[in-house]
Design a protein around this ligand. Structure first.
Ligand SMILES: Cc1cc2nc3c(=O)[nH]c(=O)nc-3n(C[C@H](O)[C@H](O)[C@H](O)COP(=O)(O)OP(=O)(O)OC[C@H]3O[C@@H](n4cnc5c(N)ncnc54)[C@H](O)[C@@H]3O)c2cc1C
Length: 449
């Protein structure tokens, strides 16, 4: 029989993946009561997302937690775009973190879970959400096999197959799987030189260093397309390496191996009434460029302070609509980029290889092209320009560094301008007036802190 949780929670998050865990901590910073409901009994030891990009590191630094990642990760100066021979160079990025940090997702989740718990979030494991009901009483009910949870707001952070998205009736349009890709995080006795990636008429492969002596071997194998999603054996990965790269790299002791697909979908809405979506529940795509986890953490940072303010009656509900307005265009942009990379990674015909060479050569000849791709992959080009043409030109611009460990906005004065920085690191309001009326500015923002 289903029991009823006695607590009427302010927010229930379904899914204790990285996005749900980070969002829980963001809400706790403001003192919002949070329960996270997770179907898995144990935290998984899956290394899945490894690439952490500059903007994510900037955001983690704003909360004072980047050190745990930087200390344990491997800094890579370059990263691939569609496995093009010439790699994207991040060293010129205008960020305190001009590199890609290789850091396995299981360790990311461990750090984020410990932090969410330390900040007072309740995490309930081993319960799968199977029902959702939005009543007329400003209460949403989430039913699991054991318990019914009640909350003022529910966030589906339950991954690409999101039950919450489906139960809320939110469509997930996009493309079906066009290709299947292999990945293995393994020990390589004879790894190739750093920055290895290749596409030829036999398939595609990239190799990236990971912490703990592992290497990620990933790519596209035309011969393995019938295998579809799911299990991959070490012998199969060795055979694929030997055939595509001409060497099996001495692979052994796999930590995680699988086949995944290129389905690309974006939720038609990120909010339906008192239900919101974040992370893979809101968008899924081929993991080319290693951006999905980054995108999701940035969703959580955008949503956290807004939902906290609305849940605590410090702002009107319309603030929540800015979450989809700001984040969905960037999810769409990532979807286009990853689809373009899918086309490049699978361009194994003579014509495809010619196109790849042309683009690779252009990247070498045009530094601006490299710069644009580095800024895009790292998400340092994300900005939220306001609709109001009278707003200060800095409004919505990214702030690379600001200390906001408690998640509260700060006032900064770069080069004579006074700016209020939102809790997610973007300029909220700015003026060149040397004696600004900050009290009036705060009043105009419509959110109390
Ligand atoms: C091969 C591969 C490589 C990748 N590499 C990168 C990379 O280098 N960089 C990067 O940024 N991203 C990468 N990604 C993407 C990244 O792993 C995802 O974007 C990320 O896991 C999304 O986090 P999430 O919290 O939104 O969802 P998930 O990680 O999917 O977590 C969802 C959670 O919800 C739980 N859940 C699901 N349904 C229910 C339910 N009904 N009730 C309760 N709980 C439920 C699940 O058990 C899970 O714990 C990669 C993905 C793949 C497949």
């Amino acid at each position: 029989m289903t029991g009823i949780d006695e607590r009427q929670e302010q927010v229930v998050i379904v899914g204790a993946g990285p996005v749900g865990l980070f969002l829980a901590a963001e809400l706790r910073l403001a003192g919002v009561g949070v329960t996270v409901v997770e179907r898995r009994a144990e935290r998984p030891s899956i290394t899945k997302g490894v690439a952490m990009h500059a903007r994510t590191l900037e955001l983690l630094a704003m909360r004072g937690i980047a050190g745990a990642f930087l200390d344990g990760g491997v800094r890579l100066p370059g990263w691939h775009f569609g496995f093009l021979e010439r790699r994207v160079d991040f060293t010129g990025l205008d960020s305190p973190y001009p590199f890609v940090l290789s850091f396995p997702q299981d360790r990311t989740e461990a750090i984020l879970e410990d932090r969410a718990l330390a900040l007072g979030a309740r995490i309930v494991r081993g319960e799968q959400a199977v029902g959702l009901e939005q009543g007329d009483d400003d209460t949403v009910r989430v039913r699991t096999s054991r318990t019914e949870y009640r909350a003022a707001w529910v966030v589906g952070a339950d991954g690409a197959g999101s039950a919450i998205r489906q139960l809320a009736g939110i469509a997930f349009p996009g493309t079906e799987a066009a290709i299947y890709s292999y990945v293995g995080d393994v020990v390589a006795d004879r790894p190739p030189a750093p920055g290895f990636n290749v596409v030829n008429d036999r398939g595609a492969m990239m190799v990236a260093a990971m912490p703990g002596g592992l290497h990620r071997i990933a790519g596209y194998d035309p011969v393995r397309q019938q295998a579809g999603r799911g299990a991959l054996t070490l012998d199969e990965l060795r055979e694929t390496s030997a055939r595509i790269a001409g060497a099996d790299f001495g692979l052994h002791d796999p930590k995680w191996m699988t086949q995944f697909d290129s389905a690309t979908r974006i939720a038609s809405a990120f909010r339906s009434g008192r239900v919101l979506l974040a992370g893979d529940a809101a968008h899924t795509h081929f993991p080319a460029g290693g951006v999905g986890l980054n995108l999701g953490l940035q969703d959580a940072m955008n949503l956290g302070w807004k939902l906290a303010a609305v849940a605590q009656g410090r702002a009107g509900e319309s603030l929540l609509d800015t979450y989809e307005a700001e984040r969905k265009p960037w999810a769409e942009d990532v979807a286009r980029h990853t689809m373009a990379q899918t086309a490049l990674i699978t361009a194994t015909t003579a014509e495809g290889l010619a196109l790849r060479k042309l683009l690779s050569d252009l990247m070498g000849a045009l530094p601006e092209m490299n710069r644009a791709l580095a800024r895009r992959l790292s998400a340092v080009d994300v900005a939220y320009p306001p609709a109001d043409p009278a707003a200060h030109p800095l409004t919505g611009a990214r702030v690379p560094a600001a200390e906001m460990p408690d998640g509260r906005p700060v006032t900064v004065t770069p080069a004579g301008t006074t700016a209020i920085v939102r809790p997610d690191g973007y300029v909220w309001w700015a003026t060149d007036d040397p004696s600004p009326d900050l009290a009036a500015a705060w009043e105009g923002l419509g959110v109390r802190f």
